[in-house]
Design a protein around this ligand. Structure first.
Ligand code: NAP
Length: 418
């Protein structure tokens, strides 16, 4: 197939934009060149010739010689305006902006169709892990059963540090911020929103369902307390923030983002620090596992570069599974075995929310319940009681525990009782 020569207009020259520029310099012979770069701050010093830069987006959008837009800015609303205007002008687009994609996926699909232009976004999900392309091409059938993974590097870094260096959540968060892994306002990451945006995109390619962000329940790691961290430590488990989506037996999708106890037999157990890991499970191939760097200038730029290269071969996502199903499983039907921890002064009897209780624990300050409840009841508890947190053990699928947990006796817990 012949390659199209790409002339690129780049939006954003921060961590990823600068990384892409450097990666392109180190890839001689690549048939793409950056013609213009649009940035925001007029006083910032730039590491390359000032002639490249503009502060007016229309210098790029209205330049007919530019056939490809690479959008790498840090504002989702402004990014959508840029991407939409570019597609309306018939320009192909590559973006890494998961929040923008998740909030506008339906409109972006319409724009692709209406203006017959491709939009690629591999870097938006797990940076260097080529998961979207795999879901599009390799799992191009109806037999994918589930997808589950660690898709947010900064929360994984914080959890790894709290578990291995015995430091507090606040100290680990500060360290992540100082290293540039977490934003100064980290709630998008720590609250599980970033993971939810990525999961929404993965679901569109894995199962063909285009969801609104509010349809996916997300809990982050910001409310995790000492009790569950200690529980994990005593049981030899790790807590990871996991994004999960699966197809139920009746063809519906259930999906959520939750902290989860991970057993050492699980592939995700050794995905530490800022790494990401994704497990796919399909009917014939069973479990497959992808891991790699989920953030950073070069890993993210490498995914952007791969999308640019794919565009030069006229590649586009086909969303082949679109409309195969559009049903989300009712949250009251999704049963989860969890550890709920709470502060004693919350003053609520949580037991009626549970279908089954395996263990309870209480001291003067806090308590926990291990048992099975529905996703709907979890949502209800979270909506009413801020100082509660949940860590998932497993989905309850008729009472057969997954292998890793068969031998875990919850009553073995050796907390000091008061
Ligand atoms: N960093 C990662 O590891 C990573 C990984 C995966 C995906 N992403 C995604 O990649 C995108 C870029 O992230 P980043 O880390 O590179 O951000 P960043 O370092 O904060 O850089 C943002 C860039 O966007 C520019 N900008 C902001 N608003 C603009 C506007 N309206 N018009 C033109 N330029 C504008 C800024 O201009 P100034 O230079 O003038 O300030 C800056 O150059 C985000 O969507 C992010 O979610 C990042």
């Amino acid at each position: 197939m012949s390659r199209t020569q790409l002339t690129i207009g780049l939006f954003g020259f921060g961590c990823v934009g600068n990384g892409l520029y450097e990666v392109l310099q180190k890839t001689p012979g690549f048939q793409a060149n950056i013609k213009r770069i649009c940035v925001k701050n007029k006083t910032k010093k730039r590491p390359i010739d000032a002639a490249y830069f503009t502060f007016d987006k229309y210098d790029i959008l209205n330049d007919d010689s530019i056939n490809t837009i690479v959008e790498l800015i840090d504002n989702a609303d402004e990014a959508f305006e840029i991407v939409k205007a570019a597609m309306q002008r018939g320009k192909a687009v590559v973006t890494a902006n998961k929040k923008m994609i998740a909030e506008h996926l339906s409109e972006l699909l319409d724009l692709q169709r209406q203006f017959n232009v491709p939009l690629l976004y591999e870097a938006a999900c797990c940076a260097s892990i080529p998961i979207i392309r795999n879901l599009e091409e390799y799992y191009d059938n109806d037999l994918l059963e589930s997808i589950e993974g660690i898709v947010n590097g900064s929360t994984n870094y914080i959890l790894t540090k709290t578990a291995t260096e015995n430091c507090t959540y606040q100290a680990a968060l500060l360290d992540a911020q100082q290293k540039g892994y977490a934003e100064s306002n980290p709630i998008l990451d720590t609250g599980g929103f970033d993971a939810k945006y990525k999961l929404l995109i993965l679901i569109a390619h894995a199962f063909g369902v285009v969801l609104e962000p509010d349809a996916i329940f997300n809990l982050g790691i910001d409310v995790l307390g000492e009790l569950e961290l200690k529980y994990a430590c005593e049981k030899g488990l790790k807590i990871k923030l996991v994004a999960h989506a699966e197809k139920t037996n009746d063809g519906k999708i259930n999906a959520f983002v939750l902290p989860k106890f991970i057993h050492r037999t699980d592939h995700l157990f050794n995905v530490d620090d800022v790494f990401n890991g994704i497990k796919t499970k399909s009917f014939f191939s069973d479990v497959q596992f992808f891991s790699g760097k989920g953030a950073g200038a070069y890993p993210t730029a490498s995914a952007v570069l791969s999308d640019i290269s794919a565009l030069s071969y006229q590649y586009r996502y086909e969303y082949k599974k679109r409309n195969l199903t559009d049903l989300m499983a009712a949250e009251k039907e999704v049963l989860l075995k969890v550890l709920l921890s709470y502060e004693v002064n919350v003053g609520q009897n949580f037991e009626p929310y549970f279908e089954e209780i395996n263990e309870t624990y209480l001291n003067k300050k806090e308590g926990y319940i291990i048992g099975t409840l529905s996703l709907a009841n979890m949502r209800a508890i979270k909506a009413s009681f801020e100082k509660t947190s949940f860590v998932l053990f497993e989905l309850n699928k008729g009472g057969t525990p997954i292998d890793g947990f068969k031998k875990q006796q919850v009553s073995e817990l050796i907390f000091e009782r008061v």
